[in-house]
Design a protein around this ligand. Structure first.
Ligand code: URA
Length: 238
C-alpha cells in the first residue's frame, strides 16, 4: 500500500496533509526518513512513524452497537438519523456499515464493520446463524403459535419462512417472548406474528449466533468486539 494512503487511512490526515508531513521529513519507515509519498509499504512488516510515534495499521474494524429506536440501519440518509451518527468519530476513517438491518423502531445488537466478506457470511441464510430477539406482542401467545413457528409460516407475500424457535416468557394481553430465526427478511419477526394475528409492539435483538449483546452497553453505546467475539465471527468466514 502507498505510504500516503496508509497514513490517511489511519486518520493521520488528508492525503494532502500527509504529503506535507512527508515533505517536512516527519515520516520514517523502518527508521529511515522518507520523502516519497508514493513509496510502497507493507503494513504488516514495515514500521511507520510520524513525529517518532509509531502508526498502528488496522485494516478492519468490528463494532457492536446497542441500537436505540429512531435510527435507521444505513450509512447516509437525507432525512433520518443513521446508526453511523451514533459511533465515535474516530471510526469514520474505516467507513463502517451495518451488517444487515434492524428496523427504525427495533433496538439491540447491531454489528458494524468494513469487512464485506464477514457481513455477507453473517446474513447468509446458508450459514444458519440464529438471531434471537426479545419481543412484546399484543395478544396471548400460545403453544399453537410455537408449533406454527416451528413448522415455518407463510408470510403476507407468500414467502414460506424457515422454522423458528419461539419461547413464551409470559402469555398475557401483552405477551413477552424470545424468538430465534435464521433468516432476515424485511420485517420478518413482525410479519411472522402478523401471520398468526398478533402485533409486535417492541422488538430488541439479543444475539447473533454466539455473539450476545453486551449488557453493559446502554442504548446508543458501542464498542469494538473482543478477541473471542471476533474469532467467533471470523470462524463463520471459513
Ligand atoms: N424482524 C423485524 O420485524 N424487524 C427487525 O428489525 C428485525 C427482525
Amino acid at each position: 500500500m502507498r505510504l500516503d494512503k496508509l497514513l490517511s487511512n489511519m486518520g493521520v490526515g488528508s492525503r494532502k496533509d500527509v504529503k506535507g508531513l512527508i515533505k517536512k521529513k516527519f515520516v520514517t519507515v523502518n527508521n529511515t526518513v522518507i520523502k516519497d509519498s508514493s513509496l510502497y509499504v507493507d503494513p504488516e512488516k514495515d514500521v511507520v512513524k510520524v513525529n517518532n510515534e509509531p502508526v498502528e495499521f488496522q485494516q478492519y474494524v468490528y463494532i457492536m452497537l446497542n441500537k436505540p429506536s429512531e435510527y435507521i440501519s444505513a450509512t447516509v440518509d437525507n432525512r433520518e438519523k443513521t446508526v453511523i451518527d451514533l459511533l465515535p468519530v474516530n471510526y469514520n476513517k474505516f467507513n463502517p456499515f451495518p451488517i444487515g438491518r434492524l428496523d427504525k423502531d427495533t433496538e439491540g445488537l447491531l454489528l458494524l464493520t468494513n469487512d464485506g466478506d464477514l457481513a455477507h457470511q453473517l446474513v447468509s441464510p446458508k450459514k444458519d446463524v440464529g438471531k434471537t430477539y426479545y419481543a412484546k406482542v399484543n395478544g396471548y401467545v400460545t403453544d399453537d403459535d410455537i408449533e406454527t413457528f416451528k413448522k415455518g409460516i407463510t408470510l403476507d407475500d407468500g414467502y414460506q419462512s424457515k422454522p423458528a424457535d419461539l419461547v413464551i416468557m409470559d402469555s398475557a394481553s401483552i405477551s413477552e417472548v424470545k424468538i430465534t430465526i435464521t433468516e432476515g427478511k424485511f420485517h420478518q419477526v413482525k410479519r411472522m406474528f402478523e401471520a398468526v394475528g398478533k402485533k409486535v409492539v417492541y422488538l430488541k435483538r439479543l444475539s447473533m449466533g454466539e455473539l450476545q449483546l453486551d449488557s453493559n452497553l446502554a442504548l446508543g453505546e458501542s464498542r469494538e468486539l473482543t478477541k473471542d467475539e471476533l474469532d467467533y465471527c471470523l470462524s463463520l468466514k471459513k
